[in-house]
Design a protein around this ligand. Structure first.
Ligand SMILES: [Zn+2]
Length: 87
C-alpha cells in the first residue's frame, strides 16, 4: 500500500535507488577525480567530473576511477548515463 504522505519526489527517489543502486554517500564523499582531484558527482551509472568532462562508470556498485576507463562526458550523455558494462 502506498502511503498518502509520501510525495511523488520521494517515491521517485525510492525507485531511482532500486534502479541505479547509488554508491554509499560516505564513499562518494571521499572519491575524487583521479585526473584533477576534484569532486565527482553521481549521475545514474556514472561518476562525473565536470572539470575534465569525464564520466567514470560504476560497475555493480563499484566505481571504476581509472582515467583510461573513463568515458567522455558527451558519450555518457548520449546514452543517458546508462551503460551495460560488467565487472
Ligand atoms: Zn577531473
Amino acid at each position: 500500500m502506498v502511503r498518502k504522505d509520501l510525495s511523488p519526489i520521494i517515491i521517485f527517489k525510492y525507485y531511482a535507488t532500486i534502479n541505479f543502486m547509488p554508491i554509499a554517500k560516505d564513499l562518494l564523499k571521499i572519491l575524487a577525480c583521479p585526473k584533477c582531484k576534484g569532486d565527482v558527482k553521481e549521475n545514474r551509472m556514472f561518476l562525473v567530473c565536470d572539470n575534465c568532462k569525464l564520466a567514470y562508470p560504476v560497475l555493480e556498485n563499484i566505481p571504476d576511477m581509472l582515467i583510461d576507463d573513463a568515458w567522455p562526458l558527451e558519450k555518457a550523455k548520449k546514452v543517458n548515463f546508462k551503460h551495460t558494462l560488467k565487472l
